[in-house]
Write a protein that binds this ligand. Sequence first.
Ligand SMILES: *[C@@H]1O[C@H](CO)[C@@H](O)[C@H](O)[C@H]1NC(C)=O
Ligand SMILES: *[C@@H]1O[C@H](CO)[C@@H](O)[C@H](O)[C@H]1NC(C)=O
Length: 248
Amino acid sequence: MLGVLTLLSLSSLVAPGPPKGRLVLCRHCCDDLEPAEGSGAPPPPAGFNLVPEVHTYINMTILKGDKGERGDRGTPGKAGQEGPSGSRGLTGSKGSKGQAGHPGDPCKVQYSAFSVGRRKSLHSLESYQALVFDTVFVNLDDHFNMFDGKFLCRVPGIYFFNVNIHTWNFKETYLHIMHNDTEQAIVYAQPGDRSIMQSQSLMLQLEPKDEVWIRLYKRERENAIYSDDVDLYITFNGYLIKGSQEGN
Ligand SMILES: *[C@@H]1O[C@H](CO)[C@@H](O)[C@H](O)[C@H]1NC(C)=O
Ligand SMILES: *[C@@H]1O[C@H](CO)[C@@H](O)[C@H](O)[C@H]1NC(C)=O
């Protein structure tokens, strides 16, 4: 009884309405529909027969690759502008006391001395001439300049100077011991038929850069000093007697 009922129900379900006698095939709702027979068929219900719109959604989280390796370091940028100078720092701490120096030489004194000579005679010219010398006996530390004939003071103090010449007969002898450009003492002899040795000496208080030299007078009257190659007649000597900076 139940089986018959079921069969009846099935048959009624299988053939709901299509024309009788036509084979009914099972269809999925998404299968292509056959074109509707005859025009004027009503449009299918919304959402039933339409191809659904596909929304492509790309999940960037999945596409993202792994983190890359660290790149090379870039080139350094240009130096910036110089900033304002800082404030003065604190005064440093006082240094430790230095070692005592070696004891000085109690006998040490400053020296300056020269003794030079000239083997050529000299005649006066229109202008003044410095006596230059060609022979050196003593010239400590080259305080005497052989090129211009001048003693240049390096050690201040009291100096002794002396000059010796030989006169020329029948000619005048006319020289000065000079301190810079100032005459300090003269060596003079009138013309005569007898040539003689003449000398002059003095002491001078000198400061560094002071010069002492012998000047032959310019030609107002002919004057000259004598010398020859056989003997040395002309000498100029000077030495420090007492330096200004020495102790008492
Ligand atoms: C994208 O993918 C990641 C990893 O699979 C997941 O955690 C995340 O929820 C996804 N995002 C969306 C909007 O689906
Ligand atoms: C001598 O000349 C030197 C160099 O010009 C100078 O320094 C010095 O003061 C002068 N001395 C005297 C006494 O004029």
